[in-house]
Design a protein. Structure first.
Length: 240
């Protein structure tokens, strides 16, 4: 684009020079005719030609000035400046999107909101004492069983279990141990109730419930937060 403009301007200068050359020849011819008293060359005619020469000279200077201006232009620099401007705008857009995203609360996965424990305008602070939202992920529920250290060495993955409601003759569900913790830790939830021991170390097991604990004709569903008791089928050790 730059080269095309430059070539076009050089052609305009050349055209103006040719016009000046033609006017010079015409003026020279008319002066010679006036000197030799040939034809009817008046002062008005000579003045008109001289005026045309002045205009042609001014046009040449104007076109040369335009050519100089074109030569001073740096298209590569202009392109780079435009690219830099686009990069700045992209950074502004990314920053604005980040600000919008920070104002959103996105779920970690598909699921259902159980309870919303905050209200509009309320602040939780840096160390809230409770969760703002109770959320359950989609999929089968997970049963976390805690085995006291005395019996922990009997537990392993793949063992069959029976999950039953922590009431007398409550409903039961069958399942399987899918994961066993690598460490003994304190009880996950310390319940201050009679006959509940809270000062022992326990081994946590993750149990997959058959059928996801869904409701059947003869049994209610396994619900979130339901207190249950797990019976693990421990295989007897081989004799000898």
């Amino acid at each position: 684009m730059q080269e095309a403009k430059k070539e076009q301007q050089e052609q305009a200068i050349e055209a103006a020079r040719e016009e000046k050359k033609a006017l010079n020849a015409d003026l020279k011819n008319k002066l010679q005719m006036q000197k030799n008293a040939v034809g009817n060359v008046t002062e008005f005619m000579l003045t008109a030609v001289k005026s045309g020469l002045a205009r042609a000279e001014a046009k040449i200077k104007s076109e040369q000035a335009l050519l100089k201006q074109i030569n001073l232009q740096q298209p590569d620099l202009d392109i780079q400046m435009a690219k830099n401007d686009v990069a700045i705008r992209d950074a502004d857009l990314k920053s604005a999107k980040l600000a919008v995203d920070e104002c959103k609360l996105n779920a970690p996965s598909k699921g259902t909101v159980l309870r919303v424990l905050v209200h509009k305008g309320e602040r939780l602070g840096a160390n809230p004492r409770f969760a703002a939202i109770q959320f359950i992920s989609a999929g089968d529920p997970v049963v976390r069983a805690e085995v006291i250290q005395e019996w922990g060495h009997f537990v392993k993955t793949g063992q069959k279990v029976v999950v039953e409601d922590d009431t007398y003759r409550g409903p039961k569900w069958e399942g399987e141990i899918r994961e066993v913790a690598k460490t003994y830790q304190q009880k996950r939830d310390r319940i201050m109730e009679p006959f509940m021991v809270n000062d022992v170390r326990t081994l946590q097991c993750i149990i997959h419930v058959q059928g996801g604990g869904r409701e059947t004709k003869d049994r209610p569903p396994l619900r979130i937060g339901q207190r249950v008791r797990v019976k693990i089928n421990v295989e007897p050790k081989a004799a000898g």
